[in-house]
Design a binder for this molecule. Sequence first.
Ligand code: SAH
Length: 347
Amino acid sequence: MFCIGVDVVCRWLDKHSFDDIVDMRYHLLVLYGLFCACNFQVMLYGVVWTFYFILPIISGAERTHVNDTFTLRPNTCLMALEGQTLPIAAPCVEAKQFNERVVKLKSLVLSSSVPLSLWRFWSGNSLNKNKAMVEHLQHYGVISSKKVAEVMEAVDRALFVPDGSPPYLDSPMSIGYNATISAPHMHATCLQLLEENLQPGMRALDIGSGTGYLTACFALMVGPQGHAVGVEHIPELVSSSIQNIEKSAAASLLKEGSLQVHVGDGRLGWPELAPYDAIHVGAAAPEIPQPLIDQLKPGGRMVIPVGNIFQDLKVVDKNLDGSVSVRSETSVRYVPLTTRDAQLRNY
Ligand code: SAH
């Protein structure tokens, strides 16, 4: 929007002489005032645009049309704003130099769009900021799936991170009990790897469900006809994850029972609803637990970090004949899939 605005202003500037602009200053001011009354952000844009007008003047770059060629009267003072364009010296400067200066000014104005968009990011409401986070991940190619983007937009991350943590930062964050909520790019990566196995009506198991964020995303993807089951071994995290989900877009699925979160040892899976089309493990196992392989449906896929200090995100596909193929997607750093005691003793 901002760049389009700058472009419109630049085109408009090209069509009008400086004197035209000065003549219209009151109309422009009223128009700007009206916009400001509508939206504070417009006021900020206006300030930056105004710089576009002012800077050429204070830097002596007033221009007039002479036979369709730009000429410059340098050292024009700020009083130009008052309509008193008083060139102190009048030697003409090459149009080329003028254009170079305008190009510099344009880039200055455009570069100010970065802090502006950051400001927009931090000042919007929670869902807008969550959307901006998803757009950021799309922009950097982490999210390419429309469905994953929609689901991550729908589930506001702010509901899942502890108070005081910046929810939209692309970083893991502590959730207590020596556990973390994974970074948004990791959630996005896992959702994309599992997308084919999270179609409406399918079954998904989320081991080490922690805050419940990913379990909620799974539930939205498989819908009311499917099942999304979270298994977490810290009871306090299970309780808080249920509270988080109750505030989220997946609340109705929790109420209806297609989304469940249980206290349990995730290394054993959750046999009650097996087999699963998708299994996600949110903690690093020294090796892939056999019960999880057993609970994977033929044609199903599991995404699991494997390793101790050096870990790989493994993609485990169960073929239709029951055989299993495993590949490494990327290097990762997760907390261990372990016993509750070891975790509470900080491993
Ligand atoms: N995916 C979640 C949490 C990731 S942290 C999120 O993004 O919010 C890993 C989680 O695995 C922690 O909550 C930890 O308590 C849990 N965990 C570790 N070992 C476990 C086990 N054996 N069984 C169940 N949960 C386990």
